[in-house]
Design a binder for this molecule. Structure first.
Ligand code: AHR
Length: 641
């Protein structure tokens, strides 16, 4: 070790990793902790479903987020500007055209209105136009094909052509153009493709629809998609999906959160209104104060799980809305229970069932794997005391038809034991540090625990290194208690970092139209879920300060031990590790480190990889001494057979 007695940083060589750490003169070094691991004394298996995902429509998670649609307010259901928010006139030269929402003309019963574009003057060199600004811009890449479609109806049969183009906001350059030769006098769907050439990537672009003909034109469901993850129609953004794949999740809890419930009962996630063609989806207002396009409907959620090779944890609406309305258990609740049974059948029924065959007609004959159904969300907020009765009614009906499903309760019950209880924790890092023993002595005869929402809330829009330390400390506790805690999912997962994009501070993954990045906490989760054993062996630690946390799991079949260490202190921490009960222990081990200089240090859209895991190796063996940098999360993988 090279020592420097000034108040500058010293250098500590940890294996092949060169980590900058404060010199001893700057911070007192804690005495060594002693960690003893007995591999021949397994305590309990690790839940194979431990780490998963939870999302909902918050912070522009789907619209303007993972759902790749580029046109904002494509069906004119958003509030503001009489339904025409994010649309503007763009008449060139002498052209004259106006736009207004016309509630009497629409392409479907679900979309009974449309945008009326009334053109009083236009010709080939004076185009009347209307443009969409996208979700804080439209990200364009060179040599890329964008697939578009729109519904239109004209007031005369010689209306045309319609020119659709992608235009740079700053230069006016047309980056891709397509033309729809004629629009009929009845509602019809038109498809177009926009292909860029050798352009520079940018997101300062808009979609422009122009006409050279005077008359009336009604437009609706104007949609444009970039290439999507696994080339799904109506699919997801590849960059965000790849970040999710990097978390090695096992499930997706869907569709919320508050978003499941809605502020009012008629604003719940009403799954039957968001399956099938987009034109048949009326859209709905979510509880986070914006309209959901419902492009991310139930089948899209399920295909998302399929693309990540994970399973859905399906939350069903349970008769309680956020602002306090509830349905009494009994006959009034029965239609909602039926709806949940239908929903389960849509997810997991085979094609001989009514809803399984609907799913097949929508293009997905194969049933999705389903083991967990959650009844409601955070029903401890229901002061009417109706939850126990509501849960029991859902439980009885679901178990009668699907005895193997595990039914998750969202609030403690007095008179029955649910299969699983969903606990939520939002805390500061320090609160998590003193909470890590919460489940150590919890009743093992009670319900299994699902931590369906948890997060260390420090930093915005995405969380900082201090939060990652809180998260990692909490994950050590969840792993240690993974006989009881069978699943856990962080929330909220997503935030659009543009102004107005965030309704909830402290999120895990941030993005704008073109870029996406993970917070330090994102990387902590990747590390913890990637290196997870199948069993928790007996272990004990002495002399550890109150800012040192660890978890050890092992996989006997692979002969690997996964040691997770969290040093949340501002000084280095040495740990003397002893591994017993294995035939042989390798002399070197892999090490991954996530660390930073202060707890406020963070990643951002403009500095996305400031704090990322760094791989190296260290000396190992039956006993070894390891020194952790300040503010660090480390995973050591040792071969022990
Ligand atoms: O994650 C944000 C919100 O927190 C969820 O919608 C809700 O379930 C919880 O209160």
């Amino acid at each position: 070790m090279k020592q420097n007695h000034s108040r500058t940083l010293g250098l500590l060589l940890v294996g092949t990793l060169c980590v900058a750490v404060p010199s001893r003169s700057a911070f007192a070094q804690a005495a060594s902790a002693r960690l003893s691991i007995q591999l021949d004394k397994p305590l309990h298996p690790v839940s194979p479903m431990l780490y998963g995902l939870m999302t909902e429509e918050i912070n522009y998670s789907y619209d303007g987020g993972v759902y790749a649609e580029m046109v904002r307010n494509r069906t004119f259901q958003d509030h503001g500007f009489g339904g025409l928010a994010h649309w503007n006139l763009d008449n060139k030269g002498d052209a004259r055209g106006t736009i207004v929402y016309d509630g009497t003309e629409g392409p479907s019963a679900a979309l009974p209105g449309s945008m009326l574009f009334e053109i009083s003057k236009a010709d080939a060199s004076n185009l009347a136009g209307v443009r969409n600004e996208g979700y804080w811009g439209m990200a364009l890449q060179p040599d890329t094909t964008y697939k578009g479609s729109l519904y239109a109806k004209a007031d005369s049969d010689d209306f045309g052509p319609l020119v659709v183009s992608l235009v740079n906001d700053n230069t006016g350059a047309e980056l891709a153009t397509a033309s729809i030769s004629k629009t009929a006098t009845t509602w019809k769907r038109y498809e177009f493709t926009l292909k860029t050439g050798k352009i520079s990537p940018s997101s300062t672009n808009h979609l422009l629809i122009s006409a050279s003909h005077s008359g009336k034109l009604w437009l609706n469901l104007i949609s444009l998609f970039p290439p999507t993850y696994k080339n799904r129609d109506n699919g997801n953004r590849p960059d965000i999906m790849e970040l999710l794949a990097g978390m090695h999740p096992k499930f997706l809890r869907l569709p919320g959160g508050n978003y499941l419930e809605g502020d009012q009962i008629d604003e719940r996630f009403d799954w039957k209104t968001n399956i099938g063609p987009l034109v048949d989806r009326p859209t709905h207002r979510g509880p986070w104060n914006y309209q959901s396009s419902d492009g991310m409907g139930l089948l899209e959620f399920l295909e998302w799980t399929e693309d990540l090779k994970i399973e859905p944890v399906l939350a069903v609406f349970a008769g309680y809305a956020l602002k306090g309305d509830h349905i009494h258990p009994g006959p009034a609740l029965a239609p909602y229970v039926e709806d949940a049974l239908d929903e389960i059948e849509f997810v997991a029924g085979d094609t001989s069932t009514k809803w399984g065959s609907v799913r097949a007609k929508l293009g997905h004959p194969a049933a999705f794997p389903l083991h967990y159904v959650e009844v409601g969300n955070e029903d401890w907020f229901d002061r009417s005391g109706s939850y126990e009765g509501r849960y029991a009614q859902f439980y009885k009906a679901i178990k009668a038809k699907y005895p193997k499903l595990e039914i998750i309760a969202t609030a403690p019950l007095k008179h029955m034991k649910p299969d699983v209880l969903d606990d939520h924790y939002y805390k500061r890092a320090d609160e998590f540090f003193s909470f890590v023993n919460h489940y150590d002595s919890a009743d093992r005869n009670g319900p299994k625990i699902f931590i369906g929402e948890w997060a260390t809330r420090e930093g915005a829009p995405t969380t900082n290194l201090g939060a990652a330390l809180g998260d990692a400390a909490w994950m050590t506790a969840m792993e240690r208690n993974s006989d009881l805690i069978i699943m856990a999912s962080y929330a909220p997962l997503f935030v659009n970092v543009n102004p107005g994009g965030m309704q909830w501070e402290s999120d895990l993954i941030g993005y704008d139209a073109a870029r996406a990045y993970g917070s330090p906490g994102y990387y902590a989760q990747c590390l913890f879920s990637e290196d997870l054993g199948t069993s928790v062996p007996t272990s004990s630690i002495t002399n550890a300060g109150d800012r040192l946390f660890y978890s050890v799991t092992n996989d006997a079949a692979k002969g690997l031990v996964y040691l997770k260490l969290v040093n949340a202190a501002s000084h280095v921490q040495t740990i003397d590790v002893s591994l017993s009960g294995a035939g042989s222990v390798a002399h070197s081990a892999s090490l991954v480190t996530l660390s930073g200089k202060t707890t406020a240090e963070t990643n951002s859209i403009s500095d996305p990889r400031r704090i990322v895991p760094v791989k190296s190796s260290i000396q190992a063996g039956d006993t070894f001494s390891h020194t952790m940098p300040p503010y660090s999360i480390q995973v050591i993988v040792v071969e022990a057979k």
